[in-house]
Design a protein around this ligand. Structure first.
Ligand SMILES: Cc1cc2nc3c(=O)[nH]c(=O)nc-3n(C[C@H](O)[C@H](O)[C@H](O)COP(=O)(O)O)c2cc1C
Length: 413
């Protein structure tokens, strides 16, 4: 069984050996990873698909990549057709598979089937508030209301795979939102199973009345819950997620004691700025160091060899181009380029062809710029940001789990 840090140590080797995906060996040597700081790209349905993840890996060789959630029933019922859901290029290591579900038998079977694909971690989704998921039985965020079921589920997932198992959750659900209740969830799951790492999306989920998108903005972020968990469960690892918009904010959180940071929307909407500087700022290594012109060249080779892999036009050229569309976010020429891509993909049959016809609308200075190096703020504004409270947390230390008052309180809810 490989631990996160072992995988991390190997990520430079994996990167070098797998970029042959593009038919050549990169000369940019990724230095030995010296820090165990963890940065990950969040699981995001329809966004962090195989194609986006391959693109992401051309910008960061160390950050962990999470798949979109794959429902355990899909894995079980599509056992004959699993490559479509579970295979990925080797370049994507270190990679975590996120699964969703609450049927313990199916979760066990799904873990066993997924194990053959060599993921570095299996993560259970306990944070998704979508009606499509949360409305159908106990699933996603509503699982937080059943800590013992999650503990049992994590135990069977672990029994059926050979990699670490982790949970991604909110800080609470509806009125089950006190710090003590979050502690009960963490304590129960970690004592019933070998789960040692929890990704904490630091806002609660509201199961009725908010759309999934609103559930990512309306409930306030409470980073202090995550910092308090770090303080109160020193034997466990906590990854902070929610509202982290830059690697400098990520570094701020890491410096304050969380084991890792998970970045979602910012990594998708501004991949160059966020992922392009992650290795240097968060791991202290140079990273792949490719310009965006080089990234496009490598990605095009991968994309054109992938079109139609799972049936006629599956994936199609539009799907393969989608991850690229934010690569020039906020740069001169970006909107023009996106429009040009949209028009050109109707007539061109390959990604390479579309790119050849369209990159000329982007300035060379943008295409050939090295990855960004954000300046570390000396007297940082971040340090004054109320969203990122100082650690140790402002929350009171938790009561012991067997404290009679606490049990009384939980039982009354
Ligand atoms: C389009 C989209 C799809 C998402 N899908 C998932 C998912 O499949 N599983 C999951 O645990 N979280 C999912 N999330 C939530 C993210 O993983 C993350 O927790 C959330 O966006 C907060 O992080 P951020 O502020 O860095 O974006 C999704 C978010 C977005 C924007």
């Amino acid at each position: 069984m490989s631990t996160r840090s072992e995988v991390l140590q190997n990520c430079s080797v994996v990167f070098r050996s797998t970029v042959s995906l593009c038919g050549e060996i990169f000369n940019s040597v990724v230095a030995e990873v010296s820090s165990s700081a963890q940065c990950s790209v969040a699981p995001m349905m329809d966004w962090t698909d195989n194609y986006y993840r391959t693109l992401a890996r051309l910008m960061t060789s160390c950050s962990w990549l999470y798949t979109e959630m794959v429902v355990s029933e899909t894995i079980v019922h599509q056992a004959e057709n699993l490559d479509r859901f579970l295979e990925y290029p080797e370049i994507q290591h270190p990679i975590a598979l996120q699964i969703g579900g609450s049927n313990v038998v199916n979760l066990a079977k799904a873990a066993e089937l997924a194990n053959a694909y060599g993921y570095d971690e299996i993560n259970l989704n306990c944070g998704c508030p979508s009606d499509k998921v949360a409305g159908h039985g106990c699933f996603g965020a509503s699982l937080m209301l059943k800590p013992e079921l999650v503990g049992q589920a994590m135990a069977v997932i672990a029994d059926n795979c050979s990699v670490p198992v982790t949970v991604k959750c909110r800080i609470g659900v509806d009125n089950y939102d006190s710090y003590e209740e979050l502690c009960t969830f963490i304590e129960t799951v970690s004592s019933m199973s070998p789960t040692e790492l929890f990704v904490i999306h630091a806002r609660k989920a509201i199961l009725k009345g908010l759309s999934p998108a609103q559930n990512r903005t309306v409930p306030p972020l409470k980073y202090e819950y995550a910092y308090a968990l770090v303080r109160d469960f020193p034997h466990l690892k906590f990854v902070l997620n929610g509202g982290i918009n830059s690697v400098l904010e990520a570094k701020y959180a890491l410096d304050r004691g969380v084991y890792g940071v998970m970045i979602g929307r910012a990594a998708y909407n501004s991949p160059w700025t966020v992922l392009g500087s992650a290795d240097r700022i968060l791991y202290g290594v140079p990273g792949p160091g490719l310009t965006r012109r080089q990234i496009l060249e490598h990605y095009a080779v991968y994309a054109d060899s992938t079109i139609g892999k799972y049936g006629p036009h599956r994936p199609n050229i539009r799907t393969m181009l989608k991850p690229l569309l934010n690569l020039f976010h906020a740069e001169p020429g970006a909107s023009r380029w996106r429009r040009a891509v949209d028009e050109t993909l109707r007539v061109r049959k390959t990604v390479q062809g579309v790119l050849e016809d369209t990159v000329r609308v982007l300035p060379d200075s943008v295409l050939d710029a090295p990855p960004p190096v954000p300046e570390m703020p000396g007297d940082s504004l971040l340090l004054q940001t109320p969203r990122l409270p100082e650690s140790p947390s402002i929350l009171d230390p938790r009561l012991p789990i067997d404290h009679p008052d606490l049990l009384q309180k939980v039982a009354c809810r």
